[in-house]
Design a protein around this ligand. Sequence first.
Ligand code: HEM
Length: 415
Amino acid sequence: MSGHSTYVPSSAIGRWFESRLPIMGLMHSSFVAYPVPRNLNYWWTFGAILSFMLVAQIVTGIILVMHYTPHVDYAFNSIEHIMRDVNWGWMIRYAHANGASMFFVAVYIHMLRGLYYGSYKAPREVLWILGVIIYLLMMATGFMGYVLPWGQMSFWGATVITNLFSAIPLVGDAITTWLWGGYSVDNPTLNRFFSLHYLLPFMIAAVVGLHVWALHVVGQNNPAGVEVKNIERDTIPFTPYATLKDAFGLVLFLIFYSWFIFYTPNFLGHADNYIEANPLVTPAHIVPEWYYLPFYAILRAIPSKLGGVVAMFGAIAILAFLPWLDTSRVKSAAFRPVYKVFFWVFVMACLGLGYLGSQPPDGGYVIAARILTAYYFGFFIIIMPLLGLFEKTKPVPATIADAVLAKNGATASAH
Ligand code: HEM
């Protein structure tokens, strides 16, 4: 799908280099001439926003590491040192901490966009599965990063989550001890989490490279959910159209992000993390960061510990099977009136699970979490396969060009 590159370097040196390593031609065919469907809406700007956030997290992270000390005796104070003594340290730290949240805001929108428009369906299965791998890596990275300030929530969050592995029959305790590097969360744990927290973003970057490569092979899906049939009529060049749209989307997103950094930098955090980790004092409520809350609710909705762990990981793993669970021949929810309703209920169920994950695991909260967990899995295992067989879909435009013309008031037959 990569556009045919018409790139010819203007200088002799450029031509000399290009005939030896055609990297400018590759950039040109991927990000300038690359044909994108002409009907993409703003939900398609989140891939670019995510790419920006990945770079922002790596850059701010590298600066933080220059002043951070991964040792149980110094970690907490080194963060306070960054906040108070290092020039602009507070800003870099708030940008990184809130950046993690913004990264997840963007990835959830990006994933829901895929779910709504059927972007996971053939021929984009590999592209989607690479996305699920990125998401898993992001979850691991965020979790290990949160441990680094060595506050109360860092310590107790790490203790709760690593203890989950002890639910595995026979080898669970051995695995947990191995993960900790000792008999509790302690200095070796902090050290290895630091090491992995530094490494994983680069692995994410590598998988993003494959993700974008796969995207350029199969081409983008679009709101109409029909494939490109005629390059001339159905697509426009990436630059300037998509580049400018992405840039505008990114600016709006940066305003939102900056508002958190500069006006309410601790809103998404937890006050207990400003108390240094103390293995002898357990906080009243141990809650993970907001982006894990729906999964935390699923974990606690299941009465058995092992069952909860399986359900929690299953809730993520099931995403990888989506291309085969959805039996509908129509991709976009715009033409699937019944799916659309179930989709929005699914979004509400995820938000509901998120709320329940922040509440104590008792009484009505657990019952509600069980109902929503059942819906979460039912959506993928029952609704998606069956709906595809029985739903009466609306007429799908024959081509992307037709979809655009229909939207502009012209009838498809006018062309
Ligand atoms: C660091 C995280 C990620 C980055 C940087 C990233 C980047 C991108 C980019 C640049 C695009 C093309 C522009 C767009 O469609 O928005 C894209 C498309 C796509 N991504 Fe991601 N992505 C990330 C995570 C994910 C995740 C977690 C999933 C799903 C689980 C996912 C699934 C998809 C799919 C299905 C498409 C094709 C969408 C379409 O053409 O309709 N991505 N991604």
